[in-house]
Design a protein around this ligand. Structure first.
Ligand SMILES: Cc1cc2nc3c(=O)[nH]c(=O)nc-3n(C[C@H](O)[C@H](O)[C@H](O)COP(=O)(O)OP(=O)(O)OC[C@H]3O[C@@H](n4cnc5c(N)ncnc54)[C@H](O)[C@@H]3O)c2cc1C
Length: 504
């Protein structure tokens, strides 16, 4: 089977969904296709959670999917939920995921229920090889390289299958109208045997494959890996909580570790949680809403990490609150970053990045409150160190940590890796990225992080040429951009693509 459409978006998490929404304002929905193995578009890793304690870290009034309709999410909350329609509130991520899915479905853009395995190009077209996943393969994928289970559950609102020549038993394309009979549910892998790899021909591709699993702990005993007491993919289903109150160790102290802590508590785990990271710093909390000011780092500041720090400190000395100071940099941080010579970028990463991360990626106040309570009750301990091994010891795990004074060992019932997504794409398990690297259609950014892209998000190939067929959005641009993973930045990139691609 081969199908021609104008634009294919590979990956239907938040980035793919936002790109689709913006493109739909310029290009006919029948000309766009999103390829995504999960049941719903717009969820990905961050918005698949159903846990009501997992909150957005952005206020409801700042996270509309439409830049020109800033109150769209708040209006949706009012119309569709019991959650207060308050622009300054921090809503559950689950609700934002539902909102994005709904807005995507309203566009009429089709969702192809598969995974892209390979991409090749000729002069003017791109050819994608798709794989429809069997349930076990989908599970395998989830464990190997992706976030939460990508295999589809039963869709609530099944759609018309779009007729495609050559599709025998699988009917993976769904338009936006009508109800399909139950046997067309693409989630029913038992009823629909998996078809062979199939191909799509398209004019342009936007890669939106998102986040990968964290880097593994260097030494883990095989028994521990097999028996599920070490969890590398915290978005996956957990094998069960420890029956004893022996500590759970979370590797990482950022917002992912906080997500894991909240999930442990809502699942009923009452024991001690130990979070460990290199700097041992928890994220700060949001304060009351403040109006956004002009950048506290003026444009004429010399491009060095120290000069940026001095300008920031000067603003604090003149009475600026640190939160407003950090927020004032949001619109200019990519520009400030791009100005830094690579040595200064390294300096910033070494000395300042951890401080930036904990001040910029703040917890919603309710989340910060639970974390502070846990700390006060001694149920949460935050430590500094580098976990390098997990060994099986009598009835528990022995977590080996490098600390300033040497090494330490912590006894734990369970260890979860919350150290953040791996951004070295040469190392991650992704057939589609491997295929792009192998054929030289893509290369890592010079920093070794994510993909090399130009200022518009076009891929730069191994010979240094800028593609006019392949583009990337969101986390895939983390090599060249300082801020590229939060919704406001992804929304901006999606808008830029829409105007760029609609002109062609
Ligand atoms: C836990 C968490 C909480 C966050 N909270 C906030 C917040 O409150 N506010 C905010 O602004 N930002 C937040 N973020 C950041 C932000 O929203 C994410 O970075 C964003 O979700 C990125 O979405 P994505 O679609 O690029 O990636 P992902 O969510 O990783 O989605 C990628 C999608 O691509 C699909 N895919 C992968 N490979 C293929 C393939 N080969 N073929 C087809 N499909 C494929 C996957 O199945 C997946 O659905 C959060 C991030 C995380 C992880």
């Amino acid at each position: 089977m081969s199908l021609k459409v104008k634009i294919v978006i590979v990956g239907g998490g938040a980035s793919g969904a936002l790109a689709a929404l913006q493109l739909a304002q310029w290009i006919a929905p029948t000309e766009i296709l999103v390829v995504e193995p999960r049941a719903q578009i717009g969820r990905g890793i961050a918005y698949s959670t159903q846990n009501p304690a997992h909150l957005l870290n952005v206020r409801a009034g700042n996270i509309s999917v439409f830049p020109d309709k800033p109150d769209d999410f708040v209006s949706w909350l009012q119309e569709k939920t019991d959650f207060p329609a308050d622009p300054s509130a921090f809503a559950p991520r689950r609700l934002w995921g539902e909102y994005l899915t709904e807005r995507f479905e309203e566009t009429g853009i089709r969702h192809c229920h598969a995974s892209v395995r390979q991409i090749t190009v000729d002069d003017k077209t791109v050819c994608l090889t798709l794989k429809y996943l069997s349930k076990s393969e989908a599970l395998q994928d989830a464990h190997d390289s992706r976030g939460a289970l990508p295999f589809p559950g039963r869709r609530q609102s099944l759609r018309h299958p779009v007729e495609l020549k050559g599709t025998k038993d699988a009917t993976p394309f769904y338009g936006a109208q009508g109800n399909a009979p139950e046997q067309d549910n693409p989630g029913d892998f038992e009823k629909h045997p998996v078809s062979d790899d199939q191909t799509l021909i398209t004019g342009k591709v936007i890669l939106a494959t998102g986040h990968f699993l964290p880097v593994d702990v260097p030494q883990i005993s095989e028994t521990v890996r097999r028996d599920g007491r070490y969890i590398r993919n915290i978005w996956d289903q957990w094998p069960g909580l420890p029956e004893t109150h022996a500590p759970v160790v979370l590797i990482g102290t950022g917002l992912t570790a906080v997500d894991a802590l909240l999930r442990l508590r809502s699942d009923g785990y009452q024991g001690t949680v130990i979070m460990i990271s290199r700097h041992g710093l928890l994220s700060s909390s949001h304060g009351p809403a403040e109006s956004v000011r002009e950048s506290v780092i003026p444009p004429e500041t010399p491009p060095s990490a120290l000069a940026y720090l001095k300008a920031f400190r000067q603003a604090l000395a003149s009475g600026q609150s640190w939160r407003a100071g950090v927020d004032s940099l949001r619109g200019v941080s990519n520009h400030l970053w791009a100005r830094l010579p690579s040595q200064e970028k390294q300096r910033f990463r070494r000395h300042l990045l951890h401080l930036w991360n904990t001040s910029r990626h703040r917890m919603a106040p309710q989340v910060a409150h639970s974390v502070t309570e846990d700390l006060a009750r001694g149920r949460l301990i935050v430590r500094k160190g580098n976990v390098y091994a997990i060994e099986d010891s009598e009835n528990s795990l022995s977590v080996k940590v490098r600390v300033r004074e040497g090494t330490d060992s912590i006894q734990a019932a369970l260890v979860m890796n919350c150290s953040g997504p791996d951004t070295n794409y040469k190392r991650v398990q992704s057939p589609v990225l491997n295929s792009l690297f192998k054929t030289g259609l893509a290369k890592p950014d010079e920093s070794g992080v994510a993909l090399a892209t130009d200022a518009k998000g076009a891929l730069i190939n191994a010979s240094g040429n800028v593609s006019n067929l392949l583009y990337a959005i969101g986390p895939l641009r983390a090599g060249s951009l300082f801020e590229t993973t939060a919704i406001p930045e992804i929304r901006q990139q999606a808008g830029d693509f829409a105007s760029l691609l609609s002109e062609e």
